[in-house]
Design a protein around this ligand. Sequence first.
Ligand SMILES: Nc1ncnc2c1ncn2[C@@H]1O[C@H](COP(=O)(O)OP(=O)(O)OP(=O)(O)O)[C@@H](O)[C@H]1O
Ligand SMILES: Nc1ncnc2c1ncn2[C@@H]1O[C@H](COP(=O)(O)OP(=O)(O)OP(=O)(O)O)[C@@H](O)[C@H]1O
Ligand SMILES: [Mg+2]
Ligand SMILES: [Mg+2]
Lengths: 259, 259
Amino acid sequence: MEIWSVANQKGGVGKTTTAVTLAGLLAEQGKRVLLVDLDPHGSLSSYFGQDPDHQAKGAYTLFQQKDELSADELRTLLCNTPIESAYLLPASTALATLERQAIGRDGMGLVVGKALKLMSSIVDIAIIDSPPLLGILLVNALAACDRLVIPVQTEFLALKGLERMTHTLTMMARSRNRALNFAIVPTMFDRRTQASVASLRHLRNHYGDNVFPGRIPVDTKFRDASKAGQYPHVFSPDSHGIDAYRQCLKWLQGQGQAS
Amino acid sequence: MEIWSVANQKGGVGKTTTAVTLAGLLAEQGKRVLLVDLDPHGSLSSYFGQDPDHQAKGAYTLFQQKDELSADELRTLLCNTPIESAYLLPASTALATLERQAIGRDGMGLVVGKALKLMSSIVDIAIIDSPPLLGILLVNALAACDRLVIPVQTEFLALKGLERMTHTLTMMARSRNRALNFAIVPTMFDRRTQASVASLRHLRNHYGDNVFPGRIPVDTKFRDASKAGQYPHVFSPDSHGIDAYRQCLKWLQGQGQAS
Ligand SMILES: Nc1ncnc2c1ncn2[C@@H]1O[C@H](COP(=O)(O)OP(=O)(O)OP(=O)(O)O)[C@@H](O)[C@H]1O
Ligand SMILES: Nc1ncnc2c1ncn2[C@@H]1O[C@H](COP(=O)(O)OP(=O)(O)OP(=O)(O)O)[C@@H](O)[C@H]1O
Ligand SMILES: [Mg+2]
Ligand SMILES: [Mg+2]
């Protein structure tokens, strides 16, 4: 089983959209997929009809256990999604309280990674959607993953946020004893704006091979798909956005073994 | 002096863009404007060339004072912006440490409101840009303001975030002894997508007169303006986006006295 985390400390850059689109395309390839929602706002959970404000069980339960959870117990926390071979571990707003609970408690950063290992016999790939801020939940996502996907809007303000993200990775790399490859996915590219073209060039100059050689265009179908609660590749299989994510997935899978 | 806060717990919805555009249009009306950046990511500060990672003085200084700051001391913290009558109190990443510092200290939620009162002889309107999460900085913005502007993307997932924002307001209203009017500004409207049209209708049904009767369209010029570090109305005065914000400002100013 591989674990991919989708993260960026800046908000509204396409993390949830990237997580749900890649998960759908991986399920289409016949993989058994688990989506994990670690964002207290629970966009990914809302996408599939779960209400994070009234969610009793889910990702939060992992942090409430005194003893380690069994694989069966973990399985009872999962929800179905419109694709049979893809499950969701939903978020709840209670996740936001973990920040205060983490003060003084050791090992809180490794909870999700340990729990997901229990699923390795029934899941091929887990994809973690994370919140847009540096805290215990993002630390869990960065500690657990074999590969990190960073969606970055192709605009000037987003580049500053990316610098901050790479500082965080350097910090995290010291506490993980294995390297953390990261892949930057330029998204919401709009070839009509000068800023999009310039910031894409800046990304390639600064981060070289870590950047997906293509780019995800602005595509209105993603919003429609989220309203319909359907995977984007099912909702509009031939849209520009889906084509780009298919290319992106090929590149990610071809990048060689995850660390 | 009036204080307007621009806030929404969801990220990437156009808070910074709304703050900088309204500030520019108010300066155009001849008002003396102060922009306050309370977001540790400092998009508004980066917009005007200030680096939040290396910012010694600024909004963070307000929280470090033992005794109350004088008006002169506060004035030394301000930076210029491309418009003469508009100043910026910049953010620094150190603002993110306030959350931990606030535990156990009283009165931390009122720091910004108290400090801004010192500027009432030289500023007509202060506009606060806030971070996308509920914490001590957002509480300061909500406690200090006379009017609250909530940009909301016209898409399904954003409506859930708005529900959470109004819960926060009800919570805050108990600790403020005056009502807090809020104005919802639908933004990034894209008439080509079904989701935009449907969520706009949902907003008007649920929040009635609190919603700007117009809407801010998707307009690529905002990204170009932020790259150029220029106020949007100066960068492209006749764009659709600017027209809409001019109408929005008229509506906000006509909504009657702020509380
Ligand atoms: N390529 C794209 N083209 C157009 N719209 C997009 C694209 N990708 C994402 N979006 C839209 O942008 C908005 C923000 O995307 P999304 O929710 O995935 O971002 P996020 O980074 O997960 O946000 P948050 O920080 O709030 O979790 C959504 O309305 C989504 O539908
Ligand atoms: N009406 C619009 N049309 C097109 N793009 C827009 C519009 N408003 C804002 N944007 C763009 O959307 C992105 C997010 O906007 P902005 O940074 O203002 O959001 P924010 O809510 O302040 O984000 P954060 O939560 O990170 O502080 C920016 O690239 C901005 O240029
Ligand atoms: Mg998200
Ligand atoms: Mg902002």
